[in-house]
Design a protein around this ligand. Structure first.
Ligand code: 13P
Length: 249
């Protein structure tokens, strides 16, 4: 099966960088590779970014749906229709950086609002444990409680895409062992199937994120239960990210 290779640019980049990036990537990417490539540029650059990818077999997603309970009028809000209008198919929901820096605002209820209002977008729902949770053997409990938000708001028109991103692995160069990644992905899939028994394993995709780079991506992508990677820092470097996209599986 094809894997998803996703780039989360977070709050990085500029028009100048985007142009240079695609000058390199479009010349060097193996277009015959069957991996599905998704870019999450900063929301403000989605339209500019889209011009570089619209002729290509790439996908684009937004980083944050800003909405309230009933998608009512909201200054500073961004609705799913606006992302679709700008060429997006995907939206990130629940990234740990949003959970942390907007805690209080981005509590469980707010995540539910976002999941309820994705409409035609597909959510890439991010979950992951903090280092203390891991040290206390509490990882699976934390993941289960985060997954409950998704399960309660499950919209059965969409496949489920989860990004498992241990918080302690993001931007640190630290990474769980390959066996741990595979086992955790298996746990996530089994948990969802238990709660939503109409789903089969093929309906659930779990990406790994946290210090993925061109050196470790190939081994991670080949693991059982791993359907792709969500790359942060390394996705900003055109050479690095092109290498990851070109991995043959
Ligand atoms: P890094 O790849 O920089 O660790 O970031 C991962 C991430 O947060 C992707 O969403």
């Amino acid at each position: 099966m094809n894997k998803i290779i996703a780039a989360n640019w977070k709050n990085n980049g500029s028009k100048n960088l985007i142009k240079k990036y695609f000058d390199y990537l479009l010349k060097n990417i193996n277009i015959n590779n069957n991996n599905k490539i998704i870019f999450f540029p900063p929301d403000i650059y989605i339209d500019y970014f889209y011009n570089f990818i619209k002729e290509q077999n790439f996908y684009i997603g937004g980083q944050d749906l800003v909405c309230n309970s009933d998608n009512a009028t909201l200054t500073g809000g961004t609705k799913s229709e606006m992302f679709v209008d700008n060429g997006c198919d995907y939206i990130l929901v629940g990234h740990s950086e949003k959970r942390k820096y907007e805690s209080g605002i981005l509590d469980d209820k707010n995540i539910s609002y976002k999941l309820k209002n994705i409409n035609n977008l597909k959510a890439v729902f991010c979950i992951g444990e903090e280092i203390l949770d891991r040290e206390n053997n509490n990882t699976n409990n934390i993941l289960s409680s985060q997954l409950n938000d998704l399960i309660l708001n499950y919209n059965n028109h969409n496949k489920i895409i989860i990004a498992y991103e241990p918080v302690w692995a993001i931007g640190t160069g630290k990474i769980p062992s390959n066996t741990e990644i595979s086992k955790t992905h298996e746990f996530i899939k089994n948990f969802i199937i238990e709660k939503l028994p109409s789903l089969k394993e093929k309906d659930i995709m779990v990406l790994y994120g946290g210090s993925v780079n061109s050196k470790n991506a190939s081994a991670i992508l080949k693991l059982d239960h791993v359907d792709g990677v969500l790359v942060g820092g390394a996705s900003l470097d055109a050479i690095e990210f092109t290498k990851i996209c070109n991995i043959e599986l």
